[in-house]
Structure formats: structure tokens, C-alpha cells
Design a protein around this ligand. Structure first.
Ligand SMILES: *[C@@H]1O[C@H](CO)[C@@H](O)[C@H](O)[C@H]1NC(C)=O
Ligand SMILES: *[C@@H]1O[C@H](CO)[C@@H](O)[C@H](O)[C@H]1NC(C)=O
Ligand SMILES: [Zn+2]
Ligand SMILES: [Zn+2]
Length: 512
């Protein structure tokens, strides 16, 4: 590779080092963005006529209170970070008042609660019947319908198992509550227009409008592969359709921020208090609660698909109709495509085999991975998951897995990994940055991470990347691919990988 091209990757950091050293003060652009955020989420009135600094500072303080940050009233780094976290698009304006009512009712006892319920319950509304129907109007093309229906059913059950409500699925309209996926602006106001991946993930309306909307530009998931857990977000939005406001309690499902499933119950005491304030306890008295982990996967598609593909010798492998977690290619030109706990192999001639369990070829790997790469330098496979990394050459090497995020400053949960010939190193991609990694030591090379802008036109949050036999580097995200020319350092083509790249073994697949 010519020196001039290497310069873009290696020498520019020196120039940037000086520029980046100045202390960041909120730029006007960041300030405007914060104002828009605070207005959208109900902390500031209309910002059209300009706002006074005191007003702004008060709004920031309120936001900090709800978000459990220190109450500086300033746009400090942790506040800006919090504003950029994925969340629900419903505003937080009444969340404090609604929470205070719940607490007062709890402390003052049932009589006061009844009085209050009369006084306040009209504000967010409630249903005047206990039997409600729901309908899933559409869903992302890459999720099996059966899986979506099971997850939505379980999400409604979370609420019916702790209250007097009962839900039925309706397969056609009318239904009391409708769940719909939309892209961008979808005719319920510019404030409600979806914003692409991240940011607002979904929103819903209070009773008795019965509508919950989900951002179709998110990558949704119902098993443990990458993406936003749809079950959690559906359960949260259902809460709004039943009349619940956001909760300032951090562990609450109705907290505005996106949460992962863990070993705790999905609903917190505050969620249960809120729903029972509106609809009372279950008729049988006690509530039924299960740990979040149990909802981490719905109906193991892999078993189903595995059986069917094996039986029919079906060439249209499951990964063709879905997203994958990671991809790499070895020296012989065999592709490895990873999804969930499985991988497929596509030979240079286009023969597809799989799905096979990750652990059959790479014993010791976790149940899913974030990123994978094969190094042309040493002929070894590298895997990344969370903050850990694994090296196989061909069996798991001594000392692995390692905690690479702490020993080598590697990013946690990398989006994609690639062996990049011109740099003779592994490259990890994470959000807007990339990291050049020494595969001997797992240390990030000096002057990295750097901005993804170096990779002219490559999108952030790729699922995987590889250098194909044709010499181009291919990046994959969801159903799209980007073909990167390592000489021009520029994306030279893009499109949909399943129908357009025959070497991925998906040409026999009907795209629907
Ligand atoms: C609701 O309760 C039923 C009956 O106890 C149980 O089978 C089901 O798994 C529970 N669902 C959820 C989502 O907790
Ligand atoms: C692909 O599989 C078919 C059938 O198993 C076999 O005949 C063919 O030789 C294979 N091609 C390659 C390139 O491995
Ligand atoms: Zn919400
Ligand atoms: Zn909407």
C-alpha cells in the first residue's frame, strides 16, 4: 500500500491531537439540541420565543432529578450522555406528579387514595372495562410472526398477572390496543416522527386511544442476538396504553430509558403500584412475577429452522431472511456467518452448510458473540463478546478468554471486527469510532481510536465486515452492504446483500 494512503490512517491523529486538547464548552449546536430534547420530553415550554438561562437551568435540573444525575443544572458530560441514551418517545412531563400521587396514596392510606383517584385519574386516562383486545398490525420482516405473537402475549401477561385486567388477541380490527411499526414521520405530528436507530425507540398514547408505535429503523430482536429487545419495549409501551406515566424509579419498567432483561422481575414495585391504583389487584389476590431472564428468547427459532433446513436440504438459509451478528472469511475463502448461538459456512463455490452450534467448532465460546475476525497474518480466529476476547489457532489458546476491555482498552461490545491487510492488524468498530488492535498483545495501537470518517462512507454500527477475495472490504448492517475500496479509501457501492451478493449464498431466497 502506498505511503500516501497509510498516512490517512496513521499520521492524521497527530494533527488532531492538538485540536482535541482544548476543553470542550457547550457549542451552540449542542445547546440547541439540548433545548429541543427538553422541549420534546416536557421539561421546557415552547422554545420558539427563546428561553431565559434560569428557565433552562431549572429544566436541566428537573431532567437530572428524574435521571438520577447530580443536580448541577448544567449541561455537563453525564447529562448530555443521558440525553443520548435510547429511550421511550413519550414525554416525562407528568411523571413526577403521577409518582408523587402514588407515594402520597401509599403513605396516606386507602381513603386518601380513593379521593385522589377521583381527582387525578382523568389526567392520563384509563379504560372503563377490564377485558381488552389487542392486535399486532405489522412487525419487522426479519422476525418470525410466531415469535412476535408470543412475545407480545407475554408482554400483556406481565400486566394482567399483577392486576384485574384480562387481554385477548384480536386477529382483525376492531381492537382496543393496536401495535404498529413505522418508519420516520408517520402522521402523528413531527414531534412523534421516528429518528432512525437509537434515540426514541417507540411511543404510545394514553387511554383510550389504544395505539403503540415502534420505530422500524431500530434493529429489534427477540432472541439473544444483537439488537433492541422488543419484548421489553412492547411491555413498556403497553403500560402507557393502559394509562401509566413514566416512573422516576430507576428499576421500573416504566422508567423512560431502554433496559435490558436481567435476573430481576420485569416489573418493579412502582409499576405494580401504578397499575393496581388504576385497575386493582388480580381477582385471585396474589400477583405472578417471573425473572426477566426467562423472556430473553421466544421460541427457539434455531431448532425449528435447523430441523427444517436439514430435512429439506433447503438452500435458503435462515440468515438470508434475517440479520446476522458477525461475519468473517478464512484464507480458503470460506465465509462464516454468525447469528445467535449458530453459524453457517459458505464455501468459495457457494455451498452453504449449517446451522451448526458455535461450540461444535469453537468450544469455549459464549452462547452468542458480538464480533468475529480471521487474521491473515497468523491464521487464527478472533471472537469478541462484551469486554472479553477469544483466540483460536485452531483450538482455544491458553489464557483465553481474556478481559480485553480492561487489559488492552478495547471497546466493550464491538459492532464488528476486521483483519485489514493494509494495516496488518485487526480493526474493531464501535459506534462512531474504530480501533486498530495488535493481535499479539490485544492493545489498541497508539493514536487510536479514531473517527469512522476515515473510512469514507462506511456506516456506524455495522454487524460485520470482511475483505473479500475480490480485494474489496465489505461492511454489513442489517440487510444492507457497503463495498469499500481500500485504495481509494472510499465506499464505492452499496445495496442489499441477500439478493445482490451471490457469494453470500442467498440468491435462491425469495426476498419477502
Ligand atoms: C402469568 O401467570 C401465568 C400463570 O401463573 C404464568 O404461566 C405466566 O408465565 C405468567 N406470565 C408472565 C409474563 O409472567
Ligand atoms: C457443492 O455441493 C455439491 C453437492 O453436495 C457438490 O457436488 C459440489 O461439488 C460442491 N461444490 C463445491 C465447490 O464444494
Ligand atoms: Zn414510555
Ligand atoms: Zn406514532
Amino acid at each position: 500500500m502506498a505511503l500516501a494512503l497509510l498516512a490517512r490512517f496513521l499520521w492524521m491523529p497527530l494533527v488532531q491531537l492538538g485540536a482535541g486538547a482544548s476543553i470542550a464548552s457547550p457549542e451552540p449546536e449542542g445547546l440547541q439540541e439540548a433545548e429541543r430534547f427538553l422541549e420534546k420530553y416536557g421539561y421546557l415550554g415552547s422554545t420558539h420565543r427563546g428561553i431565559r438561562p434560569a428557565e433552562f437551568s431549572e429544566a436541566v435540573r428537573e431532567f437530572q432529578w428524574v435521571s438520577h444525575l447530580s443536580l448541577s443544572g448544567k449541561l455537563d458530560a453525564s447529562t448530555v450522555h443521558q440525553m443520548n441514551l435510547p429511550r421511550c418517545g413519550v414525554n416525562d412531563a407528568r411523571s413526577f406528579a403521577a409518582w408523587k400521587e402514588r407515594m402520597d396514596a401509599l403513605l396516606l392510606g386507602r381513603r386518601a387514595e380513593k379521593k385522589r383517584r377521583k381527582r387525578y385519574s382523568h389526567q392520563s386516562g384509563q379504560w372503563y372495562k377490564r377485558h381488552l383486545t389487542y392486535r399486532v398490525v405489522n412487525w419487522p420482516w426479519y422476525l418470525p410472526q410466531q415469535q412476535v405473537r408470543l412475545a407480545v402475549k407475554a408482554a400483556f401477561e406481565l400486566w394482567s398477572n399483577v392486576s384485574s385486567l384480562v387481554f385477548w388477541e384480536a386477529t382483525s380490527d376492531p381492537a382496543d390496543i393496536r401495535l404498529t411499526f413505522f418508519h420516520g414521520d408517520h402522521n402523528d405530528g413531527t414531534d412523534n416522527a421516528f429518528d432512525g436507530p437509537g434515540g426514541a425507540l417507540a411511543h404510545a398514547f394514553f387511554p383510550r386511544r389504544g395505539e403503540a408505535h415502534f420505530d422500524n429503523d431500530e434493529r429489534w430482536s427477540l432472541d439473544s442476538s444483537k439488537g433492541r429487545n422488543l419484548f421489553v419495549v412492547v411491555a413498556h409501551e403497553i403500560g402507557h396504553t393502559l394509562g401509566l406515566e413514566h416512573s422516576p424509579v430507576r428499576s421500573a419498567l416504566m422508567s423512560p430509558y431502554y433496559k435490558k432483561l436481567g435476573k430481576d422481575f420485569v416489573l418493579s414495585w412502582d409499576d405494580i403500584l401504578a397499575i393496581q391504583n388504576l385497575y386493582g389487584k388480580p381477582p385471585w389476590g396474589s400477583t405472578v412475577q417471573l425473572p426477566g431472564k426467562l423472556f430473553a428468547r421466544f421460541h427457539d427459532w434455531s431448532q425449528d429452522i435447523e430441523g427444517r433446513e436439514r430435512q429439506e436440504g433447503n438452500p435458503s438459509a435462515h440468515y438470508c431472511r434475517s440479520f446476522f451478528d458477525a461475519i468473517t472469511i478464512d484464507l480458503e475463502g470460506n465465509l462464516y456467518i454468525f447469528k445467535g448461538g449458530y453459524f453457517w459456512t459458505v464455501s468459495k463455490g457457494g455451498n452453504t452448510t449449517g446451522p451448526e452450534l458455535l461450540r461444535t467448532k469453537w468450544p469455549g465460546l459464549p452462547s452468542t458473540i458480538d464480533a468475529a475476525a480471521f487474521s491473515e497474518e497468523d491464521g487464527k480466529f478472533y471472537f469478541f463478546k462484551g469486554g472479553r476476547c477469544w483466540r483460536y489457532g485452531p483450538s482455544l489458546e491458553a489464557g483465553f478468554p481474556q478481559k480485553c476491555s480492561s487489559t488492552g482498552d478495547l471497546p466493550r461490545h464491538p459492532d464488528a471486527a476486521l483483519y485489514f491487510q493494509p494495516l496488518r492488524h485487526l480493526v474493531l468498530f464501535k459506534g462512531p469510532k474504530y480501533y486498530v488492535v495488535n493481535e499479539e498483545t490485544f492493545q489498541v495501537e497508539p493514536y487510536y481510536p479514531r473517527s469512522l470518517r476515515d473510512w469514507g462512507g462506511v456506516p456506524a454500527m455495522a454487524n460485520g465486515a470482511l475483505t473479500h477475495l475480490d480485494g474489496f472490504v465489505y461492511f454489513f448492517r442489517n440487510d444492507g452492504f457497503w463495498k469499500f475500496d481500500p485504495d481509494k479509501l472510499q465506499v464505492v457501492a452499496s445495496g442489499k446483500w441477500a439478493p445482490q451478493l451471490p457469494w453470500l449464498g442467498c440468491q435462491a431466497v425469495d426476498p419477502s
